[in-house]
Design a binder for this molecule. Structure first.
Ligand code: ARG
Ligand code: ZN
Length: 861
């Protein structure tokens, strides 16, 4: 294994330094002799000089070093320099051969070839392939792979790799082999193999052009009956991509494998997607509606990568959003089509605001196409993924679905088989859809969330109204000055006097300041702004409670109705947290008004009436006061709960109907069921513990059960521990459900949560070896604002301890825990000092990984 680099040796990679590879590997033959702790890989690489030069071959390496490397059969002396093997090659083409030996069971980083629960699998994106063999391990090197695997048949009966199986058979001593060939040239990050004791849910799909595809979802024995939702999602995705983008699948087999130890959500390896089991396994007893939606969304996401990622891949990792932003946009649209478009949009914006806005507003802010990095794993971010998706969505909004499709058709046709850039995508949309995107390109290069102010001016004398807009983009690290961007804003001006909504227009704001005529109105119109969240901005609209309440009740855009009610709640909370005594009345009345229509649109009502999170309230403030936010949020919930107690009881009783059906209405009913319970608890109703425990104990599915447990976890009543114990007893053998048990306690609003989390970290079921388990405890805790930001600083110390303990095992997952500590500028002096101390303590740790060093040092700056 390679030595950890000292911080001084960490190099910064710049996008502007891109050079094509000097040598290309065009064919790859790999021969694996697989075992859990000593796997040998014999490699034969067909290489070609790329252009006319006399530079040596450079192979990226990360610990798997061959003893001998042969070029055309002759051993060649090589040198080593900062992560590369350098060897002279005299001819234009050559065959390079060598053998490496690796220990998958010692691979706790879960990058390259690793062992999980007795099986072997790979994760190569972004730079894991070089942990298997030295290689031109960059996405602009595309090669055709043939993979032979040999292993003990009893331990590894199933042998899978990319593409199609071309041979298999028995060998001596209980061993067997399989050979796979992938006809599609691909970059090394899409290489995959799996070996283990697996069983398959098999199905088939016939493409639009009539090719039959064998589908299989591989899981451990016992998990088979939890793969149905994933299979349905896969078939729906395959059809959807044909219908919406004209993209068909291109191999006769498509395999998916679920593994329990996985750093991220899933991976789109060609023909062999590998998944974190939490995004495959789901049934009503163990998975909540959120989990079911996660399965559907991630299965679709990875499938869609077959075109947006695999057939057209990325030239270099700075282009990551080319495949991730576009693919997130595609999976969002797919899920909207499978369920409720309005609810899906609300959820996606909630995620953007919770995960991406803070990133864009902090020390780790970067453009969706970054300019530099130290460790690429740190750039699999909400900015690259989710803001990246918003940028694609804005293009689609500006040109409409037909022209957007013409643009993506041109993109896929023009770049099929290539490693492309974000610029290639933008140019294809420009040409295919017929739009000038010169100014719009700034969305790729400028970080920071634009602030847009909107003010309606009404001239009584002439009876006309105008909208005055301004935009500013805050400074971000390395980008002190910003240029105005092109911001597509869907707006409408409603005439409260007439009872019909105003017609919508698309305003393209391209200047720092602009004015738009809204037409004739006898009184000032009510502005419906950034409808559908057409642009990922922070809107600062001069607004009053009366207008917001009216919009919440009457706007014809469901997102705008949601937004109005949220804004009303937010304004009230922020005013009170800042020391004002703003009345609850307007919010309580507006919520009551929305609740009244619960039966006709339960999902929307549940979204709209849920209070903004503590963190989102904090994001509105110059200095976050976590304790005041928790207190005021609870107080507002109490007012709502007390005023509407009777209605909430009706809703709670009336939504307890269907425990497992997955229709949008049934899911909405369940969401509303638990929202009602939450508000009844917040109202201090004496029977709240009993009501919550009854919902917990009688739940027909995990959605109701988990939500009830979450509410019980906030309480002091004895039902709390009874329920937690019952949940543990019932599910402690199911790792994915046990994660929920940890998360539920880490999310508790109780004052003792930091100690509870510290105690859970010592629980026998807690382990640093499983990323899901780490996130279930510490990821949840860091998202529990007032508990994590406990004034004592013990929350920060807990997280720093975790990062320090985890880094030597799994630097990628350790580094992902750091950003919450980097928000210190937004907190009071005492908390800021404690947060900085935690970051400094991390940085003082010897032999820190590149991943953690980059995130911690940038977070301190
Ligand atoms: N490409 C994967 C996706 O679909 C993410 C894999 C990244 N994995 C990693 N270890 N960096 O989003
Ligand atoms: Zn992806």
């Amino acid at each position: 294994m390679s030595d950890s680099p000292s911080p001084l040796a960490i190099r910064t990679i710049h996008r502007s330094d891109y050079q094509p590879p000097d040598w290309l590997v065009e064919t790859v033959h790999l021969d694996f002799d697989l075992s859990l702790d000593a796997t040998t890989v014999s490699a034969t690489l067909g290489i070609r000089r790329n252009g006319s030069h006399d530079r040596p071959l450079r192979l990226d390496e990360d610990g798997a070093i061959p003893e001998v490397i042969r070029v055309d059969g002759k051993a060649v002396a090589y040198t080593r320099d900062s992560g590369q093997l350098i060897l002279p090659v005299g001819s234009e083409t050559a065959t390079v051969t060598f053998t490496t030996t690796i220990d998958p069971s010692a691979n706790t980083q879960l990058m390259g070839l690793f062992a999980s629960n007795g099986m072997l699998c790979t994760q190569c994106e972004a730079e894991g392939f070089r942990r298997i063999i030295p290689f031109v391990d960059r996405p602009d090197n595309m090669a055709v792979y043939t993979v032979r695997m040999e292993a003990d048949r009893a331990a590894f009966p199933i042998l899978l790799a990319n593409g199609e199986k071309v041979a298999e058979g028995d060998l001596d001593d209980g061993r067997h082999f399989a050979e796979w060939h992938d006809r599609w040239p691909k970059p090394s990050y899409l290489f995959a193999l799996v070996a283990g004791q697996l069983v398959a849910n098999r199905d088939s799909f016939t493409t639009a052009s009539g090719m039959d595809v064998d589908l299989a979802i591989w899981v451990r024995d016992g998990d088979l009956d939890r793969t149905g939702h994933a299979m349905q999602a896969l078939k729906n995705s395959m059809r959807w991509d044909e219908q919406v983008y004209g993209r068909e699948y291109d191999l006769p087999v498509f395999n998916i494998v679920a593994v329990s130890d996985f750093n991220m959500g899933a991976m789109e390896n060609k023909g062999l997607n590998i998944f974190n089991s939490r995004y495959i396994l789901a049934d009503a007893d163990t998975a909540s509606d959120l989990d079911f939606d996660g399965v559907e969304g991630v299965v679709a996401h990875e499938y869609f990568h077959n075109w947006s990622g695999n057939r057209v891949t990325c030239r270099d990792w700075f282009q990551l959003s080319l495949k991730e932003g576009f693919t997130v946009y595609r999976d969002q649209c797919f899920s909207a089509d499978m369920g409720s478009e309005a609810v899906k949009r609300i959820e996606d914006v909630r995620i953007l605001r919770a995960a991406q806005f803070p990133e864009d507003n902090g020390p780790l802010a970067h453009p969706i196409r970054p300019d530099s990095y130290q460790e690429i794993s740190n750039f699999y971010t909400a900015t690259v993924y989710n803001k990246g998706a918003e940028v694609i969505r804005m293009m689609a909004t500006m040109v409409g679905p037909k022209r957007f499709r013409a643009g993506t058709d041109l993109y896929f046709d023009r770049h099929d088989g290539e490693a492309a850039t974000c610029e290639d995508f933008v140019r294809a949309i420009e040409e295919g859809a017929g739009i000038n995107l010169s100014q719009f390109r700034l969305w790729y290069s400028q970080a920071g969330t634009p602030h847009v102010t909107a003010r309606v001016e009404h001239d009584d004398a002439s009876g006309t109204a105008a909208l005055h807009l301004t935009q500013t983009i805050p400074a971000t690290p390395g980008q002190p000055d910003k240029q105005p961007m092109l911001i597509p804003l869907r707006i409408a001006a409603h005439d409260r006097a007439k009872n019909a909504p105003g017609s919508e227009q698309l305003v393209l704001l391209g200047e720092a300041e602009a004015s738009v005529s809204l037409g004739r109105f006898s009184e000032p119109p009510v502005l419906s702004f950034n409808r559908g969240f057409s642009a990922p901005i922070i809107a600062e609209v001069a607004r009053n409670p009366g207008d917001l309440a009216w919009l919440a009740a009457h706007d014809d855009d469901p997102f705008a109705r949601y937004e109005a009610l949220q804004a009303l709640m937010l304004d009230t909370l922020v005013a009170r947290v800042s020391g004002g005594d703003a009345s609850h009345d307007a919010v309580v009345a507006a919520v009551g008004n929305t609740l009244a229509s619960w039966a006709s649109d339960p999902a929307f009502v549940a979204e709209a009436c849920a209070l903004p999170s503590e963190a989102f309230v904090g994001d509105q403030m110059l200095v976050v006061d976590p304790d005041a936010i928790r207190r005021e949020r609870r107080a507002l919930q109490r007012s709502i709960g007390q005023t509407h107690e009777a209605l909430l009881r009706t809703i709670h009783a009336g939504t307890a109907t269907n425990a497992t059906e997955l229709s949008p209405t049934a899911k909405g009913m369940r969401k509303l069921h638990s929202l009602a319970l939450m508000l009844l608890w917040a109202s201090d109703a004496a029977d709240a513990p009993a009501l919550a425990f009854a919902q917990f104990a009688q739940a027909g599915g995990m959605t109701d059960r988990q939500a009830a447990l979450g509410i019980l976890a906030h309480m002091d009543a004895p039902e709390r521990q009874t329920a937690l114990d019952a949940f543990y007893a019932r599910y402690h053998d199911n790792q994915l459900v046990l994660d929920k048990w940890f998360t539920t306690q880490a999310f508790s609003l109780r004052a003792d949560t930091p100690e509870v989390v510290a105690a859970l970290a010592q629980h026998p079921d807690f382990t640093l070896g499983n990323p899901n388990r780490v996130r279930s405890l510490y990821g949840a805790f860091a998202g529990n604002q007032a508990s994590f930001h406990d004034a004592s600083g013990r929350g920060y110390a807990l997280l720093a301890d975790l990062v320090i303990a985890l880094d030597p095992k799994n630097p990628q997952t350790a580094a992902r825990m750091i950003p919450p500590l980097g928000r210190w500028k937004r907190f009071d002096e005492s908390r800021a000092r404690l947060m900085r101390e935690a970051l400094e303590r991390i940085l003082e740790t010897p032999d820190l990984s590149r991943d953690v060093t980059e995130q911690a040092s940038k977070s301190l700056a």
